[in-house]
Ligand binder design. Structure first.
Ligand code: PEP
Ligand code: MG
Length: 585
């Protein structure tokens, strides 16, 4: 029977597919599809892993048998026996086999999928003793996963393509996904995702938008309600997930999907059209990117530069890729240079590392941000200034990349004059080090993000020290309204059009106009077409957003007349209920 789950719409479009429910602890398991010719090999990998685990358990059992009773409690023997028994269990082994043979999942994925199925069966058991056996199965799966790690994978995502072409769309359902998990989507087989937690401007949502795949976050208990292999529809426009859709619903969504494709084709025609309002005001539309490879979609969308390169994504999710904890200067330099060269001479603004809050680095502990109020803690520029050698390494890498094209450096979450002074000292130090080393570097423009209300209020002072400002509305809203942007339980209060937010925005843009320096908006507001007229009316001329939103915003720009929008925007600003006016520009 069909039913719907409601969450937050974060990334446009509709997709229909079979659910792959992934437990939080198994996000780092590799997910790929194997080709028909590789199925036998995958089953053999699994058999070898199982035989290895059996041998290991038998060895431990033999050792335990030689110990005095006090060191070898009967429970330990029993536990090992249960594990051996589970390894022969039909439900488990047949289930895993089916995932590989029928769905062509790789062995690790098949194991965790079957674990999910079996865990649900255990959850439904009345007998508490039997219910607790779930932990034994989990332990066993962990052992098998560890054994598989030692096995050569051999089968890469390339083989996934084969099955994708056979038309088996898969959508991911998880309790939570970190932004780093999501980046792996770029090479994965999933066509959309749903999470239980998360807000509209969480970084997970932002990355989903950049991937341009339908997504719904904050769908509460979706990962419990949806079962492995259920057919589901993800409607990323309205934030609805339909489980087990009826034929009529599927027809309706198929129609919607076709409409979406047509709309994109229509917008595609604007790619080379200059972004100018009806009254001749040029408006700069640039791309926000996470990785150097994103330069390509940015160019395809007609971006005139990269307005925000979120460099922290080079620092995240490294352990699962088998990389060192942090990228060194050379690795960073190569990544920044690749983005600069990828943009073919257009400017690239590289934001220094903005970790913390919902963008944690991998362990070790000193990089942990697992504090009570991470959004108010040691994040962004605060973190960089507390790790001077890391910060200098990044600045040197950016300065070196600037020898290859037009580069701006942007500093996140600046609030204090003391931070501004330290930033300048650090840049001078990075230049001096490069001079000493005789390494080539180029000139950069230096900017600050306006993300805390203090910075917006002090915009004129900031503009004395920086070449440009970029308003990070995602954080500015969070800090102005004291609403955690990743907490779905308060997301209804996260309001981009709150009068206080609009006034801070307006005064920052005005401060830029007065001193003739550039002020951009790089938060999600810049890519929201419903807000384009208002931002134009407030005098904004630099909009930075994900490539997937550029053409829709350009369409709005082309239809706008700022002579009419300026007085209207002043009315909106003066209103205590701006939302009512924004609906009718
Ligand atoms: C912002 O805060 O608006 C911004 C662009 O930065 P991020 O979303 O990466 O925090
Ligand atoms: Mg921010």
């Amino acid at each position: 029977m069909s039913f719907a789950i409601h969450g937050q719409a974060v990334s446009r479009g509709v997709t229909v597919g079979r659910a792959v429910v992934v437990g939080a602890s198994h996000m780092d398991v590799r997910h790929y599809l194997v080709g028909e010719q590789d199925v036998e090999g995958e089953l053999a990998r699994l058999r070898r892993a199982r035989d290895g685990v059996i041998t290991e358990i038998e060895r431990v059992k033999a050792h335990v048998a030689t110990l005095p009773a006090v060191d070898a409690p009967a429970e330990l023997q029993a536990l090992l026996d249960v594990q051996l028994m589970l390894l022969q269990d039909q439900t488990m082994s047949e289930g895993v086999r089916n995932w590989i043979v029928e769905r062509r999942y790789n062995a690790e994925w098949a194991l965790t999928s079957q674990l999910d199925v079996v865990s649900r069966q255990f959850d439904e058991m009345e007998d508490p003793y039997l219910r607790e056996r779930k932990a034994d199965v989990s332990q066993l799966v962990e052992r098998l996963l560890a054994a598989l790690k030692g096995e050569a994978h051999g089968l890469e995502q390339a083989s996934s393509k084969a099955l994708e072409q056979e038309g088996v769309p898969l959508v991911l359902v998880a309790h939570d996904l970190s932004p780093a998990d999501l980046l792996q989507f770029k090479q994965s087989v999933f066509t959309g995702f749903v999470t239980d937690v998360g807000g509209k401007t969480s970084h997970t949502a932002i990355v989903a938008r950049s991937l341009d795949i339908p997504a719904v976050v904050g769908a509460r208990s979706a990962s419990h309600i949806i079962k492995q292999d259920d057919w589901i529809v993800i409607d990323g426009d309205s934030g609805v997930v339909v489980v087990d859709p009826s034929g009529i619903l599927l027809d309706e969504y198929a129609f919607k999907q076709r409409e979406g494709v047509l709309e994109r084709e229509r917008l595609g025609r604007l790619r080379n059209t200059p972004s100018v309002t009806l009254d001749g005001q040029p408006v700069e539309l640039m791309a926000n990117i996470e990785l150097p490879a994103d330069a390509e979609p940015a160019l395809a969308a007609g971006a005139v530069g990269v307005g925000l390169f979120r460099s922290e994504f080079l620092f995240m999710g490294r352990s699962s890729q088998g990389k060192s904890a942090l990228p060194d200067e050379q690795e960073q330099y190569e990544a920044y240079k690749a983005a600069v060269e990828g943009m073919l001479g257009m400017p690239v603004t590289i934001r220094t590392i903005d970790v913390g809050a919902d963008k944690p680095l991998d362990s070790p502990a000193r990089y942990s941000h697992d504090k009570l109020n991470p959004a108010l803690g040691l994040r962004a520029i605060r973190w960089s200034l507390s790790e001077p050698s890391m910060f200098i390494t990044q600045l040197k890498a950016i300065l070196r990349a600037a020898a290859h094209g037009r580069v701006n450096v942007l500093f996140p979450m600046v609030a204090h004059l003391s931070e501004i002074r330290q930033i300048h000292i650090m840049i001078d130090r990075a230049r001096a080090l490069l001079d000493n080393e005789g390494v080539l570097y180029g000139p950069v423009r230096i900017g600050a993000m306006v993300e805390v209300p203090a910075a917006a209020v002090m915009a004129p002072l900031f503009l004395e020290h920086f070449d440009f400002l970029s308003i990070g509305t995602n954080d500015l809203i969070q800090y102005t309204l004291a609403i955690d942007r990743v907490d779905e339980s308060v997301s209804h209060l996260y309001d981009a059009t709150h009068p206080a937010v609009l006034r801070l925005l307006a005064q920052t843009i005005e401060a830029g106009r007065v001193c003739g320096k550039e002020v951009a908006v790089c938060g999600e507001m810049a890519g929201d077409v419903a807000l384009t007229p208002l931002l134009l009316g407030l005098g904004l001329r630099h909009f930075l957003m994900h490539p997937s939103q550029i053409l829709a915003v350009k369409q709005q720009v082309l239809r706008s007349d700022t002579r009419r929008l300026v007085p209207w925007a002043q009315q909106v600003l003066a209103s205590n209920e701006p939302q009512t006016l924004i609906a009718n520009p």
